[in-house]
Design a binder for this molecule. Structure first.
Ligand code: ADP
Ligand code: MG
Length: 451
C-alpha cells in the first residue's frame, strides 16, 4: 500500500470505531482489508456477508476519509474471497497480500491462548487418554474422534488441552479456520447477532470453520435462552456433516448435562468421551517442577514435595500457590524457598475460608460498558445518547441489585447523581425486563460476567 492508502485506511478504521459499538466494530470492520485506491475507487476486501453492513453504515465514513486524504469523492468496490482467487493477478492486488505476507483470508480470529501447548502439558495417568485423544484429533482433525468430548473437574487442564489442539493444528496449517470460544461467549454472540438482526453472519462465521473448540459447554445447558441450543445444534450438524472437527469440554459427562436438549447430548456421544481426573502426587510434583522454571527462585525438592502434598485436587491451586510464594519471596527478597517460607506464603490459600465477595460498583460499570460498547467515563457523565442511557441505567440497576450500597452511595459513584435518579433507573429497568426478553437475557449475561 502507498503511504496515502495506509493513512486513508487508518482514518476509516478510526472513524468507524468512533461511530460503532466496540463489538460491532470488531465483528464487521476488523477483518476487512484495503487493497488499493485507484482512479478514485477504493477496493476493499470483505467477507461477503458484511457488504450490506458496510453499504448501510460505513459509506459516509469512506467518503469523509476520501475527502480528507485524497481530496476526492472515493467510490468503493468490494471484493470477496472468490473474486480474489480468480483475479488475474493484477499487480496491485497480489502485491497487497504478498507484502503483508499472510494468508489472504485471515477471517477467523482463533482466540486461542498461545501459551497452552502439548509440550507444556504434563502427562500422568489421570489425563493420558485425554492427551492421546487430543493429539490424535490435532494430527488428523475431522477424521478420528468427532466430536471429542473432554470432561473433568475445575483446574485440571481442559482449557489448556483445548487450546493446545488449536495451536497445534494452526502450527501444521496456518490457513486452517480454527475458533476457540466458551459456550458462554457463543451465547453472547448469539444475543448480539439477534440484536443486530444479523444471524446470517453468525451462521456464516461458525459453519465455515475447520475446527471448532467449545469450552465449558455446560453453560449452554444452564441457559434457557430460546434458540441458542437450536443454533448450536445446527452449527454442530453443519460442521460434522462436512467432517470438520469439533472438540468440547465440560465439567460433567454428556449424560449429566441435564438441561441440554437430548438430541445434542446424543450427538456429543457420537465421537469419543474422555475424562480427566485430579493428578496424583507424582504428577503434581512433575507439574510443579515444570512450572517453577518460570520463576527465578530456587525450590529445593522437599519444598516441591511439600507443596504437592498440600493441594491435591486442582492444578490451578498449585499454580496459585507458586504465585503466592513469589509475592512473599519478592517482598522479603528471598531466593531460596524453604518449606517454612512456602507454608507461610500459602497459609491464606490453605485456610480456604469462603470469602464474602464484595462487588465494586466500578466493576459493574466496566462490565456493562464493555457489553454495550460504552466507556465507564461515559456512564458516569451526563451525555444522553440512547446507548449510553441504557448502559447507565442497567449499571445502576445492577449496582442496586448486586451490592448493598445505599442509593445515595450509588448515585455518587455515577458522577454524583441524586438518589432519586438511581431509584428511577432501577424501577425503569425492572419494569422493562418484564416485557423485554432480550434485555433480560442481556442483563443476565452481564451479571454472569460480574460474579
Ligand atoms: P480447566 O479448564 O480444566 O478448569 P485449565 O486448563 O484452565 O483447567 O488449567 C488450569 C491451569 O493449570 C492452567 O494454567 C493449566 O496450564 C494448568 N494445568 C492443568 N493441568 C496441567 C498439566 N497436566 N500440566 C501442566 N499444566 C497444567
Ligand atoms: Mg477451563
Amino acid at each position: 500500500m502507498t503511504e496515502n492508502e495506509t493513512i486513508f485506511w487508518n482514518r476509516i478504521l478510526e472513524l468507524a470505531q468512533s461511530q460503532l459499538k466496540q463489538t460491532t466494530y470488531e465483528f464487521f470492520v476488523l477483518d476487512a482489508r484495503l487493497i488499493k485506491v485507484e482512479n478514485n475507487v477504493a477496493t476493499i476486501y470483505l467477507d461477503p456477508m458484511k457488504e450490506l453492513f458496510w453499504e448501510k453504515n460505513l459509506k459516509d465514513v469512506i467518503l469523509t476519509a476520501g475527502f480528507e486524504i485524497f481530496n476526492a469523492q472515493i467510490a468503493v468496490d468490494y471484493q470477496f474471497e472468490d473474486d480474489l482467487e480468480m483475479m488475474p493477478g493484477t499487480q496491485e492486488g497480489s502485491q497487497a497480500f504478498s507484502s503483508q505476507n499472510i494468508n489472504p483470508l485471515p477471517l477467523v480470529k482463533s482466540d486461542l491462548n498461545p501459551k497452552y501447548s502439548f509440550e507444556n502439558f504434563i502427562q500422568g495417568d489421570e489425563n493420558r487418554w485425554a492427551v492421546a485423544a487430543s493429539i490424535a484429533v490435532a494430527n488428523t482433525p475431522g477424521t478420528t474422534y468427532n466430536p471429542l468430548f473432554i470432561w473433568g473437574g475445575p483446574g485440571l487442564g481442559k482449557t489448556h488441552l483445548l487450546n493446545a489442539i488449536g495451536n497445534s493444528v494452526l502450527l501444521d496449517n496456518p490457513n486452517a479456520r480454527v475458533k476457540y470460544i466458551t459456550a458462554e461467549n457463543f451465547i453472547n454472540e448469539f444475543v448480539i447477532h439477534i440484536r443486530l438482526d444479523t444471524m446470517d453472519e453468525l451462521k456464516e462465521k461458525f459453519r465455515n470453520l475447520d475446527l471448532l473448540l467449545i469450552d465449558d459447554i455446560q453453560s449452554l445447558a444452564k441457559k434457557t435462552l430460546l434458540g441458542t441450543q437450536e443454533e448450536f445444534f445446527n452449527t454442530f450438524n453443519a460442521l460434522h456433516n462436512n467432517n470438520k472437527q469439533i472438540v468440547l469440554t465440560s465439567d460433567r459427562t454428556p449424560d449429566h448435562l441435564n438441561d441440554l436438549e437430548q438430541r445434542l447430548v446424543t450427538r456429543f456421544k457420537w465421537g469419543l468421551t474422555v475424562n480427566i481426573t485430579p493428578p496424583d502426587f507424582e504428577t503434581r510434583v512433575a507439574i510443579l517442577t515444570n512450572k517453577i522454571q518460570e520463576y527465578s527462585f530456587t525450590f529445593p525438592q522437599d519444598t516441591i514435595e511439600y507443596l504437592a502434598g498440600q493441594f491435591d485436587s486442582n492444578v490451578r491451586d498449585l499454580e496459585g500457590a507458586l504465585k503466592d510464594i513469589s509475592l512473599v519471596a519478592n517482598f522479603k527478597q528471598i531466593d531460596r524457598i524453604t518449606v517454612d517460607i512456602a507454608a507461610e506464603a500459602i497459609r491464606a490459600r490453605k485456610q480456604d475460608t469462603p470469602k464474602m465477595t464484595i462487588i465494586p460498583i466500578e466493576e459493574i460499570q466496566t462490565q456493562v460498558g464493555k457489553f454495550y460498547g460504552v466507556t465507564v467515563k461515559e456512564i458516569k457523565a451526563t451525555k444522553r445518547t440512547q446507548d449510553i442511557v441504557l448502559a447507565r441505567q442497567v449499571a445502576m440497576f445492577l449496582a442496586r441489585e448486586m451490592t448493598d450500597n445505599s442509593l445515595p452511595k450509588i448515585g455518587k459513584e455515577f458522577g454524583g447523581r441524586d438518589h432519586s435518579t438511581v431509584l428511577h433507573a432501577y424501577n425503569k429497568i425492572k419494569n422493562m425486563i418484564v416485557e423485554d426478553e432480550s434485555l433480560r437475557i442481556e442483563i443476565e449475561t452481564i451479571k454472569n460476567k460480574i460474579k
